[in-house]
Design a protein around this ligand. Structure first.
Ligand SMILES: NC(=O)c1ccc[n+]([C@@H]2O[C@H](COP(=O)([O-])OP(=O)(O)OC[C@H]3O[C@@H](n4cnc5c(N)ncnc54)[C@H](OP(=O)(O)O)[C@@H]3O)[C@@H](O)[C@H]2O)c1
Length: 240
């Protein structure tokens, strides 16, 4: 049997009910991690939890809106009560918006997108990181986008939220380096999920990179923006 690279690790994944978050939860379960999973839709979350249990992984699920401080504190508190530690945080929960010019975007829509994609990631990081600092190890993975490095007409609020997430990644990485807590971001490419009306590559395509970032194989790597396709290409070249 091959070694399971996340054996003994506890990973907390937001937005695990469907799409990329669900694929990562299953990938981590296969690699031996225990999981704390959240999203707002109980039915989807329960389906992920069942699939994870079938792979033999210990898990807890909790409905949680990452933009709400109390929800986040309750979820992270339960994860610590249950598992005693958190080794990996995947800030994956995210929302998009219909294409609209920034000047025509309703302020409520701006607030909704920024509240989940940026404030949410920060709130969860803020609740989890003190435990990682106490452990003197941890890996935070922020699921970003190429729109966090570039711009596309009509996707301003989403893009700004991901540029913010890249900034959050850099700042946290810098502030936490001496505590041995690593913080990196991932750009998944165009993935077939509800967010893209199921167009793009399979969500499973992103799993290898997220397993790598969660595992000790990426020890020392921090403050980086990694792109799934570039990483896979580089890996193929290194293996030749
Ligand atoms: N698909 C792509 O091509 C693509 C490309 C680049 C980046 N991304 C990023 O990848 C991440 C996952 O997206 P996806 O494509 O897998 O979309 P998805 O299928 O719509 O999944 C999003 C997940 O996030 C959860 N979520 C949304 N708002 C939340 C909130 N306030 N609190 C807690 N959970 C919340 C959703 O569940 P509930 O609605 O039930 O809460 C769902 O489980 C996002 O950050 C997205 O920006 C996706």
């Amino acid at each position: 049997m091959t070694e399971r690279v996340l054996e003994g690790k506890v990973a907390l994944i937001t937005g695990a009910g469907r799409g990329i978050g669900r694929a990562v939860a299953l990938g981590y379960a296969r690699e031996g991690a225990s999981l704390a999973l959240c999203s707002r839709t109980k039915k989807e979350l329960a389906a992920t939890e069942k699939a994870v249990a079938e792979l033999g992984a210990a898990s807890l699920m909790q409905t949680c809106d990452v933009s709400r401080e109390k929800d986040v504190e309750r979820f992270v508190g339960r994860a610590i009560e249950t598992f005693g530690r958190i080794d990996v945080l995947v800030n994956n929960a995210g929302v998009a918006h219909r294409p609209v010019a920034l000047v025509e975007l309703a302020p409520e829509e701006w607030d909704r997108v920024l509240a989940t994609n940026l404030r949410g990631a920060w709130l969860v990081a803020r609740a989890v990181i003190p435990h990682m600092v106490r452990q003197r190890r941890g890996s935070v993975i922020n699921v970003s986008s190429w729109l966090g490095r570039d711009a596309l007409v009509g996707y301003g609020a989403y893009g700004v939220s991901k540029w913010g997430l890249e900034g959050l990644t850099r700042y946290l990485a810098l502030e936490l380096k001496s505590a041995r807590v690593r913080v990196n971001s991932v750009s998944p490419g165009y993935v077939a999920t509800r967010m893209t009306d199921y167009r793009g590559s399979k969500p499973e395509n992103v799993v290898d990179l997220l397993v790598y970032l969660a595992s000790d194989a990426s020890a020392g790597l921090t403050g980086q923006q990694l792109d799934v396709e570039t990483w896979k290409r580089d890996l193929r070249v290194r293996r030749k």
